[in-house]
Design a protein around this ligand. Sequence first.
Ligand SMILES: [Mn+2]
Length: 306
Amino acid sequence: MYNKKLFLFGAQVHQGQPNDGTDLAPQHLRTEGLKELMSNKFQQLIDCGNYFGTSPKEVKALEQFAHHFSQALYHSLSGNQHMGLVIGGDHSCAIGTLWGALRLNPDMKVIWVDAHADMNTLESSPSGNLHGMPLAFFLGLENKIFTNTPTLHPHQVVHIGLRDVDNAEKRFLKELDILHFSANDVHRFGINQVLQKCQKHLDPNHNSEFYLSFDTDALDPSLTPATGTPVANGLNIEQAQEIMNYFSSTGRLKILELVEFNPELGQTQEVERTVNSLMQVLSAVQSQYPASFPLQNPSQHIQLSH
Ligand SMILES: [Mn+2]
């Protein structure tokens, strides 16, 4: 069995929403055994450290972060079959992650697992919080800030788990013809049927690469209370595990991102419960190369260290 290497990145972004604390998530999860959990699966885990913007101005800080972070992802992951794991941060870190993903592969397919659609514009957003907008900057909906972003075609993205979508976002989903499934769709039709539809849409020739962005609030708040914008009736652990397993077992999951865990929200027990749920979800990630990967000389790829 030939396992990939995993490159771990902390994306210490909190400027996309009003709560402090999302920037502490990467270190909190490291302390709670994230690296042990993942290094048991992968050939090797390389911790690339934490990334953040230093400007006191929110947009400027996110710009600094996105610029450096997309380059770091590109340099670590280009030209190889290995995988990146990004730990946010609030979801505005995806401005950097998506930028990096599209540098790696302009045809990268994006699976957005979230209670929210995260495609508001500066004008349409009821809150004005940037963590609810990352997709808008790449889909051509918003170009007043974060200019020069690469283009994401609407057919490159699917949403799973939606249940709190603003009116403008409903219109964008319809007008751009983006395939999307609510949490209710998942409960009603079953996660496997949803995943098969996503696969048919994103990966008809079985050769696509994937960037899976998983928002903690996709899960039910009873499982992950320590998050900034919880919404009732979310996904359960098994459904989330099935999503992880499904895309990673293709061998073509290039970047997995986990965002919006905030260890400063809620009581100790609620934070512990959230960590526990997220670790269970991550435990379903598969680390093998794709079946068709040409391993002419396996010793070049495999370190038999353990
Ligand atoms: Mn989100």
